[in-house]
Design a binder for this molecule. Sequence first.
Ligand code: PCA
Length: 163
Amino acid sequence: MENATENEGPKRRLIFTYGTLKRGFPNHNLTKDLIDNNDAVFLGNYSTQFSFPLIIGPYGVPYLINLPGSGRRVRGEVYAVSDRGLIRLDELEDTAVGHYDRLPVLVVGNDGDTVGIAAECYFAGRGVWEGLWSGKDGEELAEYTAREALKYVWKDQRSKRLP
Ligand code: PCA
């Protein structure tokens, strides 16, 4: 029966958040709304299994660059997100225009786990990070913190600041 799948409950995808979607950060209102609507569940604090560059771009926007081996291992949070929730996250991150690309990433718990868990995260779109990152070590973060969040300009405020 076609309806049988509905009884299995909503499908969930593991999403590793490393930036503004985390608790206490500028876009957590969306994450919180997904939680309140049963479209996301907080699973815990995780880090990427491998290192990636994490940089802050224009308007204080954080970008994880999909170049494993460069940068640092990055700390963040994992959520189990429904398909309906994913649509809203993809919309915020503008995946349709390649601002971010939602791609697989292996994460590990912060309690010494060594087996990577398959999640996905929003990596900077290819056209976005080229030119932002010099490729030199030293400018990458291991965590997006309140200090970086101070520089964040809300999406709807950005065009107004253009000259
Ligand atoms: N939002 C997503 C990607 C970067 C950002 O600010 C996140 O928090 O993971």
